[in-house]
Design a protein around this ligand. Structure first.
Ligand code: S3P
Length: 176
């Protein structure tokens, strides 16, 4: 298996950390939103519009089962809602070592300021939305993850190094 699975709220740095893991440590990068958009031939915003959030969530589960389970030596950057379904929380752990990237609400709001691509943030009060989603999701991320890494005030390269350290330590212990 040998995979790293990055989960966490929108704006916690999953994509940039995954890119650093690809660039600096040779992992092949798979971005679940990109794969789903490619397979469906539509942007994530269009999928939400046409199939609803529930439809998008079904596509995320299908992607894990049809593509992610068979991979090796990859870093998977998951859409922020991937661990919402219990089934996905379980499946992700069988895909690889699941790392929860965490950031403060303040940092997340700063990073997402001006974003127009995320359908869940197309609302009047973005701050209230982020706070309520974070509260609702935190226990789910915690359940889905093997390890947590705080990303505030760290560069993607520093975070990538931290993650590689975790994974190496783990393989030294369990010998895989
Ligand atoms: C979502 C996060 C997005 C994307 C979709 C839904 C979420 O991915 O999958 O807009 O529910 O948190 P990022 O976390 O990469 O922004």
């Amino acid at each position: 298996m040998n995979n790293i699975v990055l989960i966490g709220f929108m704006g916690t740095g999953k994509s940039s950390v995954a890119k650093a893991l690809e660039r600096e440590y040779g992992y092949r990068l798979v971005d679940t939103d990109e794969r789903i958009a490619l397979i469906e031939g539509m942007s994530i915003a269009e999928i939400f519009k046409k199939k609803g959030e529930e439809g998008f969530r079904r596509l995320e589960t299908e992607l894990i089962k049809n593509e992610l389970m068979g991979l090796s030596g990859v870093v998977i950057s998951c859409g922020g809602g991937m661990p919402l379904k219990k089934e996905n929380r379980k499946l992700l752990k069988s895909v690889g070592t699941v790392i929860w990237l965490k950031a403060s609400a303040q940092e997340i709001l700063k990073r997402l300021a001006g974003d127009t691509k995320r359908p869940l943030l197309a609302c009047d009060n973005r701050e209230a939305m982020v706070l309520s989603l974070m509260e609702e999701r935190s226990p789910l991320y915690a359940e889905a993850a093997n390890f947590e890494v705080v990303t505030d005030e760290k560069t993607p390269s520093q975070i990538a190094r931290e993650i590689v350290g975790i994974v190496k330590n783990l393989s030294a212990h369990i010998g895989y």
